[in-house]
Write a protein that binds this ligand. Structure first.
Ligand code: IPM
Ligand code: MG
Length: 363
């Protein structure tokens, strides 16, 4: 199979982690007999610096012409005072919209080798395997109107949370379909005691749920879901939620499995899938070679699964990550007191080695 991929390393630690993910992808492609075609393009702050546009037209065209996009991270304090449309994040938000990727899947899986890394006691976090399904193209991130108006001292800022029934229904179906392949448990997270958007959300999700009688559907307010997530994480299976709640809860889920650096994501629903680690650009550690590449590497596994339907290849990467961790490979974020920290390229190398040993010799 020919896999056509656009790589957008982006800002901060983005280039370091995507480099390792691409190396791992090469080794899997070799082992399973696939051909790869890569193209690197600029996004975010890296693009702003050269073209004053966080998503230059040739980047977008390259993404639309490929089968999948791997993104590192966007964001840099250099642009903190830029107007909204000239911030690095605006490039990513536009890319998501242009690609039509309304469904953002963010798995938070606890690795048994990392019992010492979670801030939670092992008996609480052991067995955690959550799939957060975050709506990615609606809500307060994209709602109009939005503005800051008035004169200094008396300015008013406006954002709009907006959801249409069709937007809720299509993301709900993605979540129910996933639940059918998992433990058939779905928790829809909202703030229906306060927000109209959430009341409509709950109504539509309940209606869609009638088509999935085998899925046990629950509803929870987001504040209470945040508490339960740290108290009883193993009780969660699929979590369905709107854009901003999903942004917040997925970072929390990263914290509870040991590090945000471990979390991968897939953004799907359009013709081209977008795959990115959940962690940001982490400017404080950029360029030091200490970032955790596992979020990016696991995002590539999600790409193989969701865009290319190469389940065996995806599992091969996931098993390799698990194996590298069991053999003590630890970047600084998950080294704790007991391990010596490995560098970003070393961690990538350990996964690569595990891919080579784990891949079927006959493939
Ligand atoms: C994420 C990030 C982005 C978001 C930012 C960089 C725009 O935090 O993917 O979680 O808020 O969606
Ligand atoms: Mg986020």
């Amino acid at each position: 199979m020919l896999l056509k991929i656009t790589v957008l390393p982006g800002d901060g630690i983005g280039p370091e982690v995507t480099e390792q993910a691409v190396l791992v992808l090469h080794s899997v492609a070799d082992a399973f007999g696939h051909r790869l075609q890569f193209q690197d393009k600029l996004i975010g702050g890296a693009a702003l610096t050269t073209s004053n546009d966080p998503l230059p037209p040739d980047t977008l065209q390259a993404c639309l012409a490929s089968s999948a996009v791997l993104l590192g991270a966007v964001g840099s304090p250099v642009f903190d005072h830029n107007p909204g449309h000239l911030r690095p994040e605006a490039g990513l938000l536009r890319l998501r919209r242009e690609l039509g990727v309304f469904a953002n899947l963010r798995p938070a899986v606890f690795f048994p080798a990392l019992e010492d890394c979670s801030p939670l006691r092992a008996e609480i976090v052991r067995g955690t395997d959550i799939m957060i399904v975050r709506e990615l193209l609606g809500g307060v991130y994209f709602g109009q109107p939005r503005s800051i108006e008035g004169s200094p001292g008396s300015r008013v800022a406006i954002n709009t949370m907006r959801y249409g029934e069709d937007e809720i229904e299509r993301i709900a179906r993605v979540a129910f379909d996933l639940a059918m392949k998992r433990k058939r448990k779905l928790l829809s997270v909202d703030k229906a005691n306060v927000l109209e958007c959430s009341r409509l959300w709950r109504e539509v999700v309940t209606r869609v749920g009638k088509d999935y009688p085998e899925v046990k559907l629950g509803h929870q307010y987001v504040d209470s879901a945040a508490t339960l997530l740290v108290q009883r994480p193993t009780e969660f299976d699929v979590v369905l939620t709107e854009n901003m709640f999903g942004d917040i809860l997925s970072d929390q889920a990263g914290g509870l499995v040991g590090s945000l650096g471990l979390l991968a994501s897939a953004s799907i629903g359009g013709p081209v899938g977008l795959y990115e680690p959940v962690h940001g650009s982490a400017p404080d550690i950029a360029g030091k070679g200490i970032a955790n590449p596992l979020g990016a590497i696991l995002s590539v596994a999600m790409m193989l699964r969701h865009t290319f339907h190469l389940e065996q290849e995806a599992a091969c990467i996931e098993n390799a990550v698990s194996s590298a961790l069991s053999h003590g490979a630890r970047t600084a974020d998950i080294a704790g007191k007991t391990h010596t920290a490995t560098s970003t390229p070393e961690m990538g190398g350990r996964v690569l080695e595990a891919v080579r040993t784990g891949a079927p010799a006959s493939a």
